[in-house]
Design a protein around this ligand. Structure first.
Ligand code: NAD
Length: 483
């Protein structure tokens, strides 16, 4: 079986532990490769390589760092098809999604920060005739980047690109559930001529390899994307060591639909915002609130469209809806559907495990896209993150009422508002407790904008100069003017 390898000090190496984990293809339910089950000794090697590489990388002119990263972006583009195929096999997502979203976006992440570093600037504060302050933004040193399984290469590159562009060296860990494309990226880093030790990728489990990164006393900043519970744990470990922390965590996003919206556009986009990547995008809208006057019209049209969505073999280019990421996750989502029924919900479509009409997927982990109504907005189904192809429908009468329901959760990542009323759109955006608000659209991304959540959805912001600021330490230099 193919072995995924760690990438340490510019070389692809087996874990010191010589222990391996099975990597499962969720569409077939079969093991297909082996993942290093790395531990603290592998992380220590990665740290040493990164620390050795730091003096040279941090003083490499930014234009040169930019060129190397641009070469890496070019290589991702040149390998789009094989990376998309690998992502689809590893994650269960349709290959069409991986080739149109995940891999192109991984390429743009690297290209964007390779370019952004050429434009990054810092401030000067002039004290009339007394002096001048300028802000020296220095790379931090060795930083840790830890990413989840839902958008594997996409989110991995979203972290490492700004870290590297701003002159840090990195110890990174992709999710053990979907490690393949990060491994393939390490091969491309070698081809791109990234100097040894600048990026180190250690594969393995959160409580061993991940924990060794966050607990390492000399890894001074952690950029983490994943679940809220893991984020809280990481914060508790990192805070006493005064590490800089960026946490992108869970969500339970509202989609708010007013009767005056463009119905057709809203309907098409709401199907996507509910079920893209099998609902496993932190930005998916899982609580759909609909103004009562169009509730029945929306429900009928939405359920009809969703019921027509067919799960298929993710490797078939025509498949739009694939497998969920794994068996445990599938069982967790099915348990939530059962809970919704116990809480009084009515399943309007879906609600069960399914099998596509393809022999290869006979043991795969597929769940029918599921729509539920009739639940109280405070019940567990409407409060807890499910992170699968499950949405709830709730009618509302007034702006105040829907705001109260939308803001009732512990999370605050993204919200979508559908209305043609300009003032209402702005008013809702002001009052929604979320880091991102999309008005009459969803997942429209400008990489320059601040990205992240409030409340239990995270701390800090990624994206654009926010990310470059996170990965640098500002130092004020004050020069007194003497006459
Ligand atoms: P997770 O928290 O289980 O794992 C995320 C990463 O953290 C993995 O690499 C894992 O190995 C590592 N990890 C786990 N325990 C660790 C520990 N003790 N120390 C260090 N590292 C550890 O999350 P997941 O199941 O992979 O991802 C799904 C979650 O990610 C969802 O909650 C989703 O909302 C969230 N997410 C958030 C965003 C965002 O931008 N806010 C984006 C995507 C996913």
């Amino acid at each position: 079986m193919k072995k995924i390898l760690n990438y340490i000090n510019g070389k692809l190496v087996e874990p010191a532990t010589q222990k391996w984990l099975n990597n499962v293809n969720p569409a077939t339910g079969k093991d297909y490769s082996l993942i290093p089950d790395s531990d603290a000794s592998d992380v220590e090697e990665a740290y040493k390589a990164a620390a050795n590489a730091f003096p040279s990388w941090s003083t490499t002119p930014y234009a040169e760092r930019s060129q190397i990263l641009t070469k890496l972006a070019d290589l991702i583009g040149a390998n789009l098809e094989s990376l998309a195929l690998a992502e689809s096999i590893d994650n269960g997502k349709p290959v069409s999604l991986a080739s149109h979203v995940d891999i192109p976006r991984a390429e743009s992440n690297i290209r964007f920060f390779a370019s952004a570093i050429n434009h990054f600037h810092s401030e000067a504060h002039i004290m009339e005739d007394r002096g001048i302050n300028y802000t020296n933004r220095k790379p931090i040193g060795v930083v840790g980047c830890i990413s989840p399984w839902n958008l594997p290469l996409y989110l991995f590159t979203w972290k490492i690109a700004p870290a590297l562009a701003s002159g840090n060296t990195v110890v990174a860990k992709p999710s053990e559930v979907t490690p393949m494309t990060a491994y393939l990226l390490s091969e491309l880093c070698i081809e791109a001529g990234l100097p040894a030790g600048v990026l180190n990728i250690v594969h393995g489990l959160g409580p061993s390899a991940g924990d060794a990164i966050i607990s390492h006393p000399k890894i001074k900043a952690i950029s983490f994307t994943g679940g809220t519970k893991t984020g809280a744990y990481i914060a508790s470990k990192a805070a006493p060591m005064f590490k800089k922390l960026s946490l992108e965590l869970g969500g339970k996003n509202p989609a708010i639909i007013f009767a005056d919206c463009d119905f057709d556009e809203m309907l098409k986009t709401t199907v996507r915002s509910s079920f893209a990547n099998q609902g496993q995008i932190c930005l998916c809208g899982s609580r759909i609130f609909v103004e009562r006057s169009i509730y029945t019209k929306f429900k009928e049209a939405f359920v009809a469209k969703v019921a027509r969505m067919k799960a298929g073999n993710p490797l078939d280019p025509s498949t739009k809806f694939g497998a969920v990421v794994g068996k445990d996750h599938m069982n967790k989502v099915l348990e939530y559907i059962q809970l919704a029924k116990e809480e009084g919900g009515t399943v309007l479509t879906g609600g069960n495990r399914i099998f596509p009409e393809d022999e290869a997927c006979a043991e795969g982990y597929f769940i029918a896209p599921t729509v539920i109504e009739g639940l109280d907005y405070m019940c567990r189904t409407n409060q807890e993150e499910i992170f699968g192809p499950v949405v709830t429908l709730t009618p509302f009468d007034t702006e105040e009422e829907v705001l109260k329901m939308a803001n009732s959760v512990e999370y605050g990542l993204a919200a979508t508002v559908w209305t043609s009323h300009l003032n209402r759109a702005h008013k809702m955006a002001q009052q929604l407790e979320s880091g991102i608000v999309w008005i009459n659209c969803w997942l429209v991304r400008d990489l320059r904008t601040p990205f992240g959540g409030v409340k239990s959805s995270g701390v800090g912001r990624e994206g654009g100069f926010e990310a470059l600021r996170f990965f640098t330490e500002p130092q004020n230099v004050c020069i007194q003017l003497t006459s």
